[in-house]
Design a protein around this ligand. Structure first.
Ligand SMILES: [Zn+2]
Length: 329
């Protein structure tokens, strides 16, 4: 079930550059339902579900990594100096509960300064007495992420720190489970290091060499009191991307997705995002160019500890994906 798969994947530790536990969780979810699975040098989990004669090879890419903070130094009094891994700012991190891979908990704090707050004024308090005590628990190079806190907001909405992009990982895992004998071959890439510039999807797309690439990621929102753009609302369907800062979708792929949605009466939104980027761009710009687009999940407060999505948009995205892999392209 989609919501159960989502909750499972949200609960796994997996910052950018250390996505192994997410890959293991996905493998467990799809076990016995796919043709083959392998992990490449970059840590991408690449899973194939073979299609029929005459079908195309479609690569979907959903990134496993989650933004975090890496320890840069441990101070005499036991506080940890950190810097961001991926797009994380001081506003989102101040006095937030964070956790390391070994289960050590901490509070990220942005100390008051005369100048504008920056990552240089951040520290993590793990409750250590002093440097020696802190070093028993954490080392320079260790990465913490926002601690998992998944909650339902009403009937349809879910808030959690790692929603970007575990919601898309859940969609891709469910696609592999739910689709039997598809027309087109599905190559599901659970990618690494998207948050630092799509570093996993690039080599994966080169190796897979698909006929079509579809990125799966969250997008912005325009339906809260002071935010009206982009023109995207939670609960109104998945976004089909026209463009963002990283890509202009290949028109025929975008239109094929739109026509699949319309033919099957699946709600969708036309997405033009004036910022951001996805693995769709990494696929589009590999080799001699791959036709590509991105299916987006509307998400409020992206890159905060409370990223909110709507399960109706998740179902819309999954329905579009299921119909698309059975469409003659
Ligand atoms: Zn993302």
């Amino acid at each position: 079930m989609l919501l159960e798969t989502l909750k499972t994947l949200l609960s796994v530790y997996g910052p950018t550059g250390n996505e192994t536990q997410v890959a293991e969780a996905v493998k467990k979810i799809v076990a016995g339902k796919v043709d083959n699975a392998k992990v490449d040098v970059m840590g991408n989990l690449i899973i194939e579900k073979k299609g029929q004669e005459g079908g195309k090879k479609i690569m979907f890419s959903a990134h496993m990594d989650h933004i975090g903070m890496v320890v840069t130094a441990i101070e005499k009094d036991g506080f940890l100096r950190v810097t961001n891994v991926g797009g994380l700012g001081t506003k989102m991190t101040d006095t937030r509960h964070v956790v390391f891979q070994n289960g050590v908990h901490g509070v990220a704090v942005c100390q008051p300064t005369k100048d504008a707050p920056s990552m240089a004024s951040m520290f993590v308090d793990i409750g250590a007495e002093d440097q020696e005590d802190a070093e028993k628990r954490v080392s320079v190079g260790d990465v913490c992420v926002f601690a998992n806190d998944t909650v339902m907001l009403g009937e349809n909405r879910v808030a959690a720190p790692a929603m970007d992009d575990r919601c898309a990982c859940a969609l891709l895992a469910e696609l592999l489970i739910q689709v039997q004998n598809p027309l087109n071959t599905i190559v599901a890439v659970f990618s690494t290091q998207e948050e630092v510039g799509m570093r996993g999807a690039k080599p994966a797309a080169y190796a897979v060499n698909p006929d079509i690439g579809i990125g799966l990621d969250v997008t912005g929102w325009g339906d809260t009191p002071e935010v009206k753009y982009p023109d995207i609302k939670l609960g109104k369907g998945a976004g089909i991307k026209f463009m963002d800062r990283s890509m202009i979708s290949t028109p025929w792929v975008r239109d094929a997705l739109i026509s699949v949605a319309e033919k099957n009466k699946i709600p969708y939104q036309r997405e033009v995002l004036p910022y951001g980027g996805t693995d769709g761009a990494a696929m589009q710009q590999t080799r001699g160019g791959i036709p590509a687009c991105t299916i987006s999940i509307p998400c409020r407060y992206v890159h905060s500890a409370c990223e909110v999505i709507d399960m109706r948009d998740m179902n819309s995205a999954l329905d579009i994906m299921k119909a698309f892999v059975n469409t003659q392209l």
